[in-house]
Each structure stands twice: as structure tokens, then as C-alpha cells.
Ligand binder design. Structure first.
Ligand SMILES: [Ca+2]
Length: 283
């Protein structure tokens, strides 16, 4: 099989139905008031105003418009929804953002807390690109740390210019799932600029995982099982732009052969942006 065919299969299989969306009102179709989407907490409307919007909206009838109200960093606020989670399992957050405003970007992240509500860690923030004048998917993949019982799903405004306040973007069709992948949605696509392909696939164990990066940076390549548990870290560190091939022996972090089944090879950068390839292991 030539490489182009393998890449096509990798992309086709990467968008698969996974577990149910854990968010309430993920499509912002329901509002208690024009400044209060049902199920979401507005953090601080003096710093980030939240309003019902219908143009643009990615799904009927509404989206949420977030407006940055204060200048400088450190005032990044927006929307929160708290969700129950299980420690040591992988989770995927993705949100569609319409951003054509250089004064602001949308940023999404996950804050993990213990059963008492105490902060444990944050996934790192993944940002929208203000130069894309269309709906774009922003994704974070992270593993709930030991002791995690809840997750704060955060959608916040970020200013980078240090300039005046202002700027707005729109959010719609959020999903937060247990597992590593992307919920199947109309128009779903992978994040551009990075590709991960497993060869051969299906594999009996030893395999080559090819990565393509559009720009240099620090990346992680991990293998997760269907439950979202992290099986092994295959690569962690800086790579140049271009194509790289990493060998994987089909074993987990403890050196044990993984059983036959469905797995995900996940390429992620330091802010959690992820590209996923489904991997079938046949012993
Ligand atoms: Ca909507």
C-alpha cells in the first residue's frame, strides 16, 4: 500500500464516534436569559461579556458571543462548565470558534480538581487563529491526573497585543468526551498542519508511526486505548518541521505487550492541540 493511501485511511478513521458528550447545552441552543446560556457559568461579565448570538451560528439557533472587556493579560474570563470525571482516563475537549478579530482569541482548556474542589492542574490552553475568518475547531486532549474528580471546561477570551480592550469571537458546538478522539459531527475535520499515520495498520505490534509537522515545536506522541487510558508515550520533545518516523514496539510503558484491540495514536503539542490516528492491533 502506498503512503498516500495509508494517510487517507488514517484521516478517514480518525474521526470516529466515541463516548457521549458530557456537556449540557453544548450547542448553545438554550438560554435562561440573553446573557446566560443554560448549563454554563458566566465567570465575570465585567471582564468577558457573554451574549446570545445568531449570526454567525454553526448550529441552530444560537451561538455564544464572547467580548473581551479589559486590556492586558491576567483578566482572561469567559464560560465554565463543571463535569464529573474519572482519574487516569483520557479526555478530549473540542469547541468550534468563529474568530476574525485580531484583538482577541478564544482559548479552551481543562482544569482538573479533586473531590473537594481543590485545583490539581490545567491541561494548557489551545487558541483560535484570528486570521481564519471561518469556523475552526479547537481541540485539547489531556489525561485526568490521579485524584481528579471534576473538570472545569473553560472557554475564555485572550488578548495578545497588549492593546486596548475589545474584540469578540463566537463559540458553538462544544464537546467534552471521555476518550481520545473527535466526536463525529457534520463538517468535522482534523486540525490542519499536522498528520500522524501508523504503518502498517492493522499492525501485529512493531510499527512505524509517521508524523508530519508544518512548523517546528515540542510535541508528544502517545498511544491510548479505547477507554482513554494512556498506554505509552512514544515520543516527547522538540522536532523540526517536516516528516519524522518513530518506531513503536507495541508495548505499554511497563514493557508489556498490549492486547489486540483498538487504540489511538495521538500527536499533541504543548498547548494540547491534537491530531489523532486510529490504530488496530492484531496479535
Ligand atoms: Ca448553536
Amino acid at each position: 500500500m502506498n503512503r498516500l493511501t495509508v494517510i487517507a485511511i488514517g484521516i478517514a478513521l480518525a474521526v470516529v464516534p466515541l463516548s457521549a458528550n458530557l456537556l449540557q447545552n453544548p450547542d448553545f441552543s438554550s438560554w435562561d436569559a440573553p446573557d446566560q446560556p443554560t448549563g454554563w457559568t458566566v465567570e465575570d461579565s465585567t471582564r468577558a461579556e457573554v451574549e446570545q448570538a445568531d449570526n454567525p451560528a454553526r448550529s441552530p439557533q444560537y451561538s455564544a458571543r464572547l467580548t473581551r472587556k479589559v486590556e492586558s493579560t491576567g483578566n482572561n474570563k469567559g464560560l465554565i462548565q463543571q463535569v464529573g470525571v474519572s482519574a487516569n482516563l483520557g479526555y478530549t475537549l473540542d469547541v468550534w470558534i468563529y474568530d476574525d478579530d485580531m484583538d482577541v482569541s478564544g482559548g479552551i482548556s481543562i482544569t482538573w480538581r479533586d473531590a473537594g474542589g481543590t485545583y490539581i492542574s490545567n491541561s494548557g490552553v489551545s487558541y483560535s487563529d484570528s486570521s481564519q475568518h471561518s469556523w475552526q475547531r479547537v481541540t485539547v486532549v489531556d489525561t485526568a491526573p490521579a485524584g481528579a474528580a471534576t473538570a472545569d471546561v473553560l472557554i475564555r477570551t485572550y488578548g495578545f497585543t497588549g492593546g486596548p480592550s475589545g474584540g469578540r469571537f463566537y463559540v458553538d458546538d462544544a464537546s467534552f468526551i471521555q476518550g481520545v478522539g473527535i466526536l463525529e459531527q457534520p463538517g468535522a475535520g482534523l486540525r490542519p498542519g499536522a498528520v500522524v499515520v501508523v504503518e502498517p495498520n492493522p499492525t501485529s505490534g512493531p510499527s512505524q508511526i509517521a508524523l508530519e509537522l508544518s512548523r517546528p515545536g515540542r510535541v508528544r506522541l502517545d498511544v491510548y486505548d479505547m477507554a482513554g487510558s494512556l498506554c505509552t508515550n512514544v515520543h516527547s520533545g522538540g522536532l523540526d518541521a517536516g516528516r519524522h518516523v518513530v518506531s513503536w514496539n507495541g508495548r505499554d510503558n511497563a514493557g508489556q505487550l498490549l492486547p489486540s484491540g483498538l487504540y489511538f495514536a495521538v500527536l499533541s503539542d504543548s498547548s494540547g492541540n491534537a491530531t489523532v490516528c486510529k490504530l488496530v492491533l492484531k496479535r
